[in-house]
Design a binder for this molecule. Structure first.
Ligand code: NAD
Length: 432
């Protein structure tokens, strides 16, 4: 099939690579000329495990192309996938729909023959109707259907998740569109549950799922705080809870708060929709507030540990919002760093993949280390903010020798507390 993808970011690029790998002819469109230039020169624009090789082999095989031209990509496509950003509005926090509207306006003139327009971006309920109206307004005779095709991939596992999704949700109000998507997802039939639902249900499924996961994380974080005060261990508690199949063991890891480009934005957008419809989404509202406060509380814990050290130097390991990605958007690590900066402390930071993205935000406010050891050199406390498993392999003796005072704040509970304490460190984790 011929597929056009509008928006070649964290979702659009792995999706394009995945569909090309399945044998489709894919054209990825982006209005960011620098991004397209880089992709055309054979370099992937994001870090994702396994992406580079698959990207290159499909470019070389002629199945994957990149362009800034809407016409070049959309004309003749059987399916046009919209994967542009839907960032939060700076004031209301609702999903900012300007890129979606632009994409719909821009593509309308180039639809040829029957085309399915599929929205992969996370969009408010009713967006399918809006896109339909925009296209119809520009091309009253166009032959098309708009479907909702929410994306559930996890950053860091985008390639794996493309080929092994838990489910594929298709929100379509037309049988003709369902037939096209059945064909597109044929390689997944029998292996993955493909759920056909109404378009508005599909749009809701995405927000309801992300809000639920965010609340689950916030819940275990609150339980971790409780465990600290009550003398319980959050891991024993989480294991005991997770063995109940109604609860499930995943997403029960305590940490510094949820983050990333999706959970904060999607919980806020869902809360906004609730208010618009006059529905009380009190659980989601509480999770948003508690999660925001948590970053400040985490920074305060760090400050407390160095409160008696004049001109304290803080080493930070990890800036990405989670391991396996270079993405710093709404990263709890970055928010905690920002909070610490308000108190005038000196920070020296390091991340395996996110240095470039972090530097775009932090500028000259922090020092950038060249490696893990360089980060801790002369530090009074080491704060671990992203759960890169590589941090576990680091020689604690060497770290101790380099540090001014041997203190570790492990806000991801990455290290073994007993080992760290035996190595002579003051250790602070979460929930135990
Ligand atoms: P992104 O910012 O990485 O990529 C969006 C791309 O769209 C950018 O490169 C931008 O230049 C391009 N773009 C915007 N308007 C355009 C236009 N009119 N024409 C061509 N290109 C245009 O965003 P992302 O993280 O890939 O997210 C995209 C959508 O997918 C969002 O709605 C997000 O909520 C959703 N989503 C993201 C994830 C994730 O893990 N990142 C997971 C599931 C769903």
């Amino acid at each position: 099939m011929k597929i056009a993808i509008i928006g070649t970011g964290y979702v659009g690029l792995p999706t394009g690579v995945g569909f090309a790998e399945l044998g489709n002819e894919v054209v990825c469109i982006d209005k960011d000329a620098a991004k397209i230039e880089k992709l055309r020169s054979g370099r992937a624009t994001i870090f994702e495990d396994g992406l580079d090789e698959m990207f290159l082999s499909n470019v070389r095989g002629g199945r994957l192309k990149f362009t800034t031209s809407m016409q070049e990509g959309v004309e003749g496509a059987d399916v046009v996938i919209i994967a542009v950003g839907t960032p939060p509005h700076p004031i209301t926090k609702e999903a900012d729909m300007r890129y979606i509207h632009e994409a719909a306006e821009e593509m309308a003139g180039f639809l040829r023959g029957y085309t399915v327009v599929a929205t992969k971006s996370t969009v408010p309920v009713g967006t399918g109707d809006e896109i339909e109206k925009i296209i119809r307004g520009r091309r009253s005779q166009a032959d098309f259907d708009v479907v909702s095709l929410p994306e559930f991939l996890r950053e860091g596992f985008a390639v794996h998740d493309f080929f092994n999704p838990d489910r594929i949700v298709i929100g379509a109000n037309s049988e003709k569109a369902c037939a096209v998507l059945r064909k597109l997802y044929e390689p997944f039939a029998g292996k993955t549950e493909i759920l056909f639902v109404r378009r508005r249900s599909s749009e809701t499924i995405k927000y309801a799922s992300n809000a639920f996961l965010a609340m689950k994380i916030h819940y275990i974080n609150e339980m971790a705080d409780f465990c600290e005060k009550a003398g319980a261990d959050i891991y024993e508690v989480a294991r005991g809870m997770g063995l109940d199949s109604r609860i499930g063991s995943r997403f029960l890891n305590p940490g510094p708060g949820y983050g990333g480009s999706c959970f904060p934005k999607d919980t806020n957008a869902m809360a906004y929709m609730g208010r618009q419809y006059g529905v009380n989404l009190s659980l989601i509202e509480a999770a948003i507030k508690g999660n925001d406060e948590r970053k400040v509380e985490m920074a305060n814990r760090v400050l407390d540990v160095v409160k008696n050290i004049p001109d304290a130097k803080i080493a930070v390991w990890g800036l990405a919002f989670k391991n396996g990605t270079d993405d710093c958007r709404e990263s709890p690590a970055m928010q905690i760093v920002a909070e610490l900066l308000k108190h005038g402390v000196k920070l020296r930071v390091y991340d395996f993949k996110a240095m470039e993205n972090a530097a775009k935000i932090l500028g000259n406010k922090v020092e950038y280390a060249s490696g893990v050891m360089d980060a801790v050199d002369g530090a009074d406390v080491l704060v671990i903010l992203t759960e890169w498993p590589e941090f576990r392999q680091i020689n604690l003796e060497e770290v101790k020798e380099l540090m001014n005072t041997p203190k570790i704040m492990d806000l991801r509970n990455l290290l073994n507390p007993a080992e760290v304490r035996n190595a002579g460190f003051e250790y602070h984790g979460i929930g135990r």
